[in-house]
Ligand binder design. Sequence first.
Ligand SMILES: NC(=O)c1ccc[n+]([C@@H]2O[C@H](COP(=O)([O-])OP(=O)(O)OC[C@H]3O[C@@H](n4cnc5c(N)ncnc54)[C@H](O)[C@@H]3O)[C@@H](O)[C@H]2O)c1
Length: 518
Amino acid sequence: MSFVMKDIFNWGQGFTIDFDLNTGMSEKKETTKRYLSNMRGMFADDEAMKKELAKGDPVVYEFHEMKAPEHPGDLAFGISITYPGKVGNEYYMTKGHFHTIIDTAEVYYTLEGEGLMMLENPEGDWSVQPLKPGETVYVPKRYAHRTINTGHQPLRTFFVFRGDAGHDYGTIETKGYRQLVVEKDGKPVCVPNPKWERDWMKILITPTSFLTPVNVQAKEKIEAFADEVVYNMTGKPLQPDQLIHMLEGVDGYIAGLDYITTEVIEQAPKSLKVISRYGAGIDRVDIEACTKRGIKVTNTPGTNSVAVAELAFALMLDVARNIPQLHETVQKGEWKRSEGIELKGKTLGIVGLGFIGKNLATRAIAFGMTVQAYDPFFDETFAAQYSIKKATLDEVIRQSDFISLHVPLNDQTKQLINANVIAEMKDGAIIINTARGGIIDEAAAAEAVKSGKLGGLGLDTFEQEPLINSPLKSLPHVIFTPHTGAHTAEAVEGMGRMAVDNCIDILSGKDNPYILNK
Ligand SMILES: NC(=O)c1ccc[n+]([C@@H]2O[C@H](COP(=O)([O-])OP(=O)(O)OC[C@H]3O[C@@H](n4cnc5c(N)ncnc54)[C@H](O)[C@@H]3O)[C@@H](O)[C@H]2O)c1
């Protein structure tokens, strides 16, 4: 064969491609000419491609293909670009995928960089050939194949195949490659692909943060582990009917604040083995129904406690000093001051001294507040270390200037703060709720603000979310945030990492400390 690809870049001179992918030699000069002239347009963008590469974008591949060939037997051309960054970056069908072109052979010519061509024949025997600048690699008919970057430079291979060739991506659907290339001691090595040893694995991920850069590492980890990962593209927690549909064929489910009701679990597929909650709260998961179906439920305790405690503290300061309203008036061009109160010397009553409650307590102590807390499982050692007073619920209610709620929503805590309880509070008490809506009777709280009994509320969570109509809206000293307690970069990253690890542990049959229904 003669295959003089270098000439392609020298537009002033002629070139020949004397190569037929079916017969070995070709005389189809006209076809070749037509496609090479199309390609000239594509290569005119070479500068733009180089600029893209210079950005060091983490995107693994970019694929440019000629428009569909017009006649059967025409040649098709493309260029692949593998971005630099790490050994093992693959072109086109990334993440262990590969493809076979069934009707024709294929030729790769390396323009730049270093790599490997992995070849697998229909019997599953595989071999590796080096991709080196200026050299061609021939892929025989029906061989599955993929190119892999083995250096830290971009790998650019130019390839040719017959235009009407059928592509077989069938194997991608099931197994992927038998061997993976990974970096070991700075060198590429082939290792067996564990996916060959087990069934197809599908994951559903609903927290929208997995579609943002913060959770990129967690996303890469689960995508490398699973065969198929589907995401919630609605931007909102899923309702039961949506969830039933999305769970089809799913083995592992990383769950945001979706409504995982009895109905959802009863209709969940047999394949579902784990619901890995991204976050601490499990009030929207019917754990009993999961246990009955043998579905493990995990959560990520502690990962968001600093984030929520800091928001609770910010809400205390906001209500105490009227900060959002002052901001609004300045924006409008007004210059009205309002008299606030100081936190120093006030008593903070914490209901639920868990991860979040404890983080709030230490911050309040640093501000010179007296802290008392009620928790049926009170941590005496922690309380002694930070001089937190152990109190009954009644004492917290009657003696606190600020009351902050950090309990789960359940039958014991539903409407814990109702009209009768509010009546027992100090006049002017301020309530902070970053736990769950439903713990406070919102109508009763609104009445108490109007009458002056309550000094204000700072609320991150609501009976109905999103909050549309509420008696609390437009009242003075009532401040809202949109259930955003856990939304810091640090917490989002931590929750994503732990939720992925929990999910992988369960699906790999390993033990895990965060299983809530052993
Ligand atoms: N706003 C947000 O975005 C956000 C984020 C994370 C968590 N949360 C909520 O905050 C709550 C607390 O989270 P955490 O990480 O501190 O959980 P945690 O389990 O560490 O703490 C909860 C504490 O409440 C105590 N408790 C249980 N029932 C109680 C009751 N009836 N009265 C008093 N105490 C009781 C428990 O003993 C425990 O110590 C979660 O349940 C969740 O609903 C909200």
